[in-house]
Design a binder for this molecule. Sequence first.
Ligand code: DGT
Ligand code: CA
Ligand code: CA
Ligand code: ZN
Length: 587
Amino acid sequence: MATTNAQLAALFARMADVMQIIGVDGFRVNAYRKVSRVLEDLSEDIAKIGPDMKRLTEIDGIGKGSAERIIEFLKTGRMKDHDDLVSQIPPGLPALLDISGLGPKTAALLWKEGGIESVEQLKEKLKDDSLAALPGLGEKKLESLRKSLTFTQSTGGRVRIGQAMPVARWFVEKLRTIPGHKVKEVAFAGSLRRGRETIGDIDLLVAAPEADGGAISDYFVKLEPVGQVIVKGPTKTSVRTKSASGDEAEGMQVDVRIVPLECYGAALMYFTGSKEHNVSLRQRAIDRGLKLSEWGLFKGEQRIAGRTEEEVYRALGLDFIPPELREDRDEIAQAERHTLPDLLNIEDIHAELHAHTTASDGRWSIRELAEAAVARGFHTLAVTDHSKSQPIANGLTVERLEQHIKDVHEVAASMKGKIRILAGSEVDILADGTLDYPNSVLRELDLVVASPHAALSQDPEKATKRLLRAINNPSVTIIGHATGRLINRREGLHPEMKALFAAAAERGIAFEINANSYRLDLRDAHARAALEAGVKLAINTDAHGPPDLNELIYGVMTARRAGATKHNVINCLSRDALTKWIASTRA
Ligand code: DGT
Ligand code: CA
Ligand code: CA
Ligand code: ZN
């Protein structure tokens, strides 16, 4: 985990927010946002580079001024400019920006004209219409703020899997290599291992000799990202991580359990859950005259299984159940009948079919994207930049698209033999379901991913009609991020998914699981329904820059939660089979 990078990125982003709220010049705002993004995407650890002006300014996007501020932070742990800026606004104000649809301009208005200094005060004032008198606020805007606020609160402190996973992996790596201690196994468990889209807390499990427990806990609580220690002992320790930007409420809770090796499998099962799955397994054990706990599977006093999960499942007369399926649906009955699906693995993915470049809002060239896809071992890549109605995303006019297609073909020709590159587009599905380019243009493309981006609070009936119309467009091969939801931020559309899947099955086109951890759209339940309707899935990262391809795993875990095998997912097809399949969707 690049903690320093994340801290610095958050500081620069916060400075940009505050400048916008107090209304200082736009140039520095944009520069700071850019630096924040650069730092977030940076693969090198800034702490490793150190306070080196020359090396820092060599990083693309970091100028002398930003480098000075970074150096100051590395040396002192503070950034004076940041502190000065933040001191000019009430401490509760930045939290307003986390409410969807509430930008710096509205925050400034609410503060300066409405006297609101915190989310709490905003909630209070929204109870009546007193704010409607403020310029530019009106009843409609207030209603939408009320909705976003309820939504923000209903997330209940759960974080995206994409936030939790890197933190968990970092801790697992550290615990695996404690100097001088015999850690035999380490894993993350809980909802994270089950691949849920949001995570309440991180659960870690360590197998080690009992005598080492105290020392392992001592080591753990001293690790750099640990903020507050909640409890600490030789078998169970809980902490809260520091938050990335220092002034956000708090970080994530991390629970660590330390168990002897002989019950590691039973403990891993117990702490992976889900709770409901555990309850059913325990009942199954009781029905067989056995007792199951985190210490093992017992017959009377004797432990008959516990070292591995496989061993425990087998002793209960079950096939191994992959963590993503442990939700107490029908997985236990299937494991008994040997009919569990053979879930796909990340290694089964051989193609990326939705990715952006600098032609629209991506941060890398066609060639850089293609090299990254080659490095992943993919045989096919579709370059799918935005279409014209997405001006914020620098969508391509028909004219620019024509040139872009040529550019993609040129790179494709030069990389022949290494990877096949398709000239595609992520075409906007407009509010009425028509697409953002005419069919004559769409026919020139090798692949059309059609996705909704605007009008995302449409009522369900309109949304259903809209998407049905797109599905039935003969140029479309994949429906991208169908609902447009953003986890913890925006609810998105609520179309009648069953009707959509029936139409997609009829047309023989695919629905995407967008693997970006903000999206995971289709979500697990929708993907399951798609499979039940006989619809093929696509798993795409929607990559805009170098780190984004790493999000693939979240799409794969979501597909696994839906019970998908490699035969359900078009990105798992061989090169030739994929070509044929795409052709089959374009009658
Ligand atoms: P989360 O953290 O809210 O995203 O969800 P989980 O599933 O990670 O839940 P968590 O962290 O409270 O507990 C981790 C696992 O420990 C859970 O999946 C199953 C197990 N567990 C926790 N409490 C209980 C319980 O009261 N009964 C049973 N059978 N299992 C429990
Ligand atoms: Ca948990
Ligand atoms: Ca927990
Ligand atoms: Zn999109």
